[in-house]
Write a new protein. Structure first.
Length: 90
């Protein structure tokens, strides 16, 4: 998730939003939620989410340690915002 966050930030000015939204629409619900959360965190425009049903882990490869929840995106946050954005500090 950290690298995805970094890549999204790096490409934010050249992303074809319509193409990204079309790809996301064909993706699994959890992928759309994670992408939306990262866009919101970075201040990158993303369409308002539909009301999520159920919960998904933000990073399924990270330890399942609940740090917080994002009700807006239906995500169980197991990676902190600080961890996701620490690359900006360097």
């Amino acid at each position: 998730m950290k690298e995805a966050c970094k890549a999204l930030w790096g490409a934010r000015k050249i992303i074809d939003r319509k193409k990204l939204e079309a790809l996301a629409a064909r993706s699994k619900d959890a992928v759309r939620r994670r992408l939306g959360y990262l866009c919101e965190l970075l201040g990158v425009h993303w369409p308002k989410p539909k009301k999520p049903v159920g919960w998904r882990w933000l990073d399924p490869s990270a330890p399942k340690k609940l740090l917080a929840k994002s009700a807006r995106w239906g995500l169980l946050l197991n990676v902190s915002e600080r961890e996701l954005l620490e690359w900006r500090e360097h």
